[in-house]
Ligand binder design. Structure first.
Ligand SMILES: C[S@@+](CC[C@H](N)C(=O)[O-])C[C@H]1O[C@@H](n2cnc3c(N)ncnc32)[C@H](O)[C@@H]1O
Length: 218
């Protein structure tokens, strides 16, 4: 899509996902490693084959999954983020691991609106991201377009409690003037975006709130 006509990404990511949030994620990752849900994402990526693979992560935060993917043999990772708050922690973690030369961090690009902004990769990851973005069709569609071999994403489901929680938190955001919104998209409709682009879901796992779906090019 021509960049002049691309829809603007929603506001509020910098405020919602701020320095404090980033520091907490980095502290927890240094102490405990990947969260159980992130481990499942990595496990699927490894089952597809990380050795020599390129990984594109949309909304990858501090880049913890990317670091582990690089340690398991991924050749290069690219992170695309809308919040700038993660960058200092992400760079520090990459330097500590001696992996900075194999990671690219792209800031302020919404792939859903400007799909040509980054190159395709073997494996595309969206962990805890679709629930932060209104247009899952466009976002997962862009992810599928960029995935040469596989796409893996996680979501919180859309059962009654998830929908109630999303509405309640959005009401609070409205009251406090925070433009950020959370979303409980239909899981089947999200998978349908991937199948519509030639992917076959072959991995479904759950860790706590998070459902992980991994799909490979059919
Ligand atoms: C809940 S955070 C998760 C961060 C990281 N994936 C993790 O699990 O720690 C969601 C992230 O998705 C990012 N995000 C949402 N929509 C995005 C988009 N269209 N492109 C890039 N990043 C996006 C937000 O900026 C935010 O940092």
């Amino acid at each position: 899509m021509d960049e002049c006509c691309a829809p603007r990404p929603p506001d509020g990511y910098d405020r919602e996902f701020d320095d404090r949030f980033a520091r907490r994620l980095a502290r927890d990752y240094r102490r405990d490693g990947l969260t159980p849900s992130a481990q499942l994402v990595l496990e699927f990526a490894d089952s597809v084959g990380l050795t020599g693979a390129s990984v594109l992560e949309i909304g990858g935060g501090i880049g913890d999954i990317q670091l582990e993917a690089l340690k398991r043999g991924a050749v290069h990772t690219t992170n695309v983020e809308l919040s700038s708050a993660y960058e200092p922690e992400a760079i520090r973690l990459l330097d500590e691991a001696g992996l900075r030369g194999r990671a690219t961090r792209v800031l302020g690009v919404d792939l859903a609106g400007t799909p040509d902004a980054v190159h395709p990769a073997d494996i595309v990851v969206l962990h805890r991201v679709v629930c932060c973005y209104p247009d899952y069709r466009r976002l997962l569609g862009a992810a599928a377009q960029h995935g040469r071999r596989a796409v893996v994403f996680s979501h919180p489901g859309n059962g009654l409690w998830t929908r109630v929680a999303a509405r309640s938190i959005n009401a609070l955001y409205t009251l406090t003037g925070n433009p950020y919104r959370s979303f409980a998209h239909d899981p089947r409709a999200m998978e349908a975006v991937l199948t519509g682009q030639g992917f076959a879901p072959r991995y479904r796992e759950r860790s706590g709130l998070w459902h992980i779906v991994g799909a490979v090019r059919a």
